[in-house]
Design a protein around this ligand. Structure first.
Ligand SMILES: Cc1cc2nc3c(=O)[nH]c(=O)nc-3n(C[C@H](O)[C@H](O)[C@H](O)COP(=O)(O)OP(=O)(O)OC[C@H]3O[C@@H](n4cnc5c(N)ncnc54)[C@H](O)[C@@H]3O)c2cc1C
Length: 445
């Protein structure tokens, strides 16, 4: 029997994960990426000896994460560097305090009063035991208000959600999403881990698996149209021609999906997701010639909802002796694209650099500033929802990416939706093989 052909569109973390898993399972996979380089938003940009990544490649609860499953199944070589809570602080304006990420942190932190600490610990247990699950159609802000929780507990729950969901308005997170997220996160012993070598090392590993399994990758291949026969996808079209396949994984963002599915049976099902807003953030990275020694590798400014990460403390991304700091500011949807506001934020971040990295201006060697970066293509707030992995109407088109339903937030959604898309394809192939064998047996009998 011929090998099943799978075509994966999009060479970001989702497309790479789906392609690597299917290739390893023996499918004949073709991965198509429009850019000259793989990685999508996890691309690494070299500049003056610094490796600038979007994001601190922080993986949350890696012990129960999908990237861990992929690591085991695909035998990926990933160097994990665990976040050190002892080196993380909340900046309260006039003082720094411990993050309540461990028992010791909870005991020492000043973000909670004495009674607040006990009440928060009870909330953690109730969440783990699923005694709190939230309510459909109710945001976490409204849910906390209604449930009359202690002010300290409310404040800390929203502060945690702000940094895990990369949002300035954590109160708008749907309460059900909030509790299913923390049900998992509160149980982990690895709250945050970084990938040694940054996203690039993961991208290279996934690429290696695809190629070693005998499958192919084509870059500079922009898909312009999807070809259907009835409700089935038969191919995707680039300017060089049509690439045919049996199964398709579309790992490109909603606005790109809308273009390539225009006039097809999936145009209508995809349309509602185009109205949803992305989670946009402002990113300001600085590469310093010489390290400025500070006791902390992560500082979260509670008032402005800006955080600084010393990426170079966790991964090798600088010339010898250098330092790379990333500042991320969360934005409200309506703030994205407001240039005046962005300039104010940039100045506020520089003020934080002055406060926590005295002398940084003298050591500045390279910088990268982005006013609007999509941390997640569909933001989890209010009634916004994520795309399904598959629509009923089309039997052989699957979807993956951080805009698709899955587990966790940010890249974890890319990994988990890619995993699910792959599982469904493998199951459908198994089903077909069974049908084929029973038909053959009936014929022989
Ligand atoms: C500043 C920043 C910080 C972040 N920090 C973290 C973090 O610490 N932890 C974390 O888990 N996540 C983080 N993220 C999120 C993470 O980077 C993304 O969730 C992840 O990279 C998304 O991968 P993806 O494959 O789902 O989508 P994408 O990376 O968007 O991939 C889509 C791919 O499809 C390609 N494409 C689009 N159209 C076409 C077409 N027509 N034909 C062919 N190819 C096409 C694109 O070029 C792209 O390569 C951060 C993001 C940002 C921006």
């Amino acid at each position: 029997m011929n090998r099943n052909r799978a075509v994966v569109i999009g060479g970001g973390l989702a497309g790479l994960s789906a392609a690597a898993r299917l290739a390893k399972k023996g499918l004949d996979v073709t991965l198509l990426e429009k850019a000259p380089k793989l990685g999508g938003r996890a691309i690494t940009i070299p500049l003056k000896g610094f490796a600038f990544n979007f994001g601190a490649h922080a993986i949350y609860s890696r012990d129960s994460s999908y990237i861990r499953k992929l690591e085991k199944e695909l035998d990926l070589q990933i160097g994990w560097v665990d976040f050190d809570p002892a080196k993380a602080r909340y900046d309260l304006g006039d003082e720094l305090t411990e993050m309540p990420a461990t028992l010791e942190g909870l005991f020492k932190t000043k973000v909670l009063s004495g009674s607040g600490k006990a009440l928060f610990a009870i909330e953690v247990i109730k969440t783990i035991c699923r005694l709190e699950r939230g309510e459909e159609g109710v945001t976490i802000g409204e849910w906390l208000e209604r449930s009359g929780k202690h002010e300290d507990v409310k404040d800390l729950m929203l502060t945690l959600a702000s940094s895990n969901f990369f949002t300035k308005e954590p109160e708008r997170i749907p309460s059900t999403v909030f509790f299913s997220y923390y049900q998992r996160l509160f149980q982990t012993s690895k709250a945050v881990s970084y990938i040694a070598g940054g996203w690039q090392s993961l991208v290279s590993e996934l690429e290696r698996v695809i190629l070693e399994s005998g499958s192919g990758i084509i870059t500079k291949a922009k898909i312009e149209r999807v070809v259907f026969d009835g409700n089935r996808v038969t191919g995707v079209e680039t300017s060089d021609g049509v690439i045919e396949g049996d199964q398709f994984v579309f790992a490109i963002p909603p606005k790109e999906l809308a273009k390539i599915f225009a006039g097809t049976p999936l145009e209508q099902p995809i349309a509602p997701y185009l109205l949803f807003r992305p989670n946009t953030i402002l990113v300001y990275d600085i590469g310093l010639k010489k390290r400025i020694e500070t006791p902390y590798t992560y500082i979260y400014d509670k008032k402005s909802r800006v955080f600084l990460t010393d990426i170079s403390a966790y991964t090798d991304c600088t010339p010898p002796g250098g330092q790379l700091i990333q500042a991320v500011a969360y934005l409200r949807s309506e703030e994205a694209g407001n240039r005046e506001y962005a300039a104010e934020l940039k100045a506020a971040i520089e003020h934080l650099f002055d406060k926590h990295l005295p002398g940084w201006r003298d050591e500045l060697a390279a910088q990268r500033y982005t006013e609007r970066a999509a941390a997640q293509e569909i933001k989890m707030e209010d009634d916004q929802r994520l795309l399904p992995v598959k629509f009923h109407v089309t039997p052989n088109a699957y979807f993956a990416g951080d805009w698709v339903e899955g587990v966790g937030m940010l890249s974890e959604l890319s990994f988990s939706s890619a995993y699910e898309a792959g599982s469904r394809i493998l199951e459908s192939i198994k089903r077909k093989q069974k049908e084929w064998m029973s038909e053959r047996d009936a014929h022989i009998g």
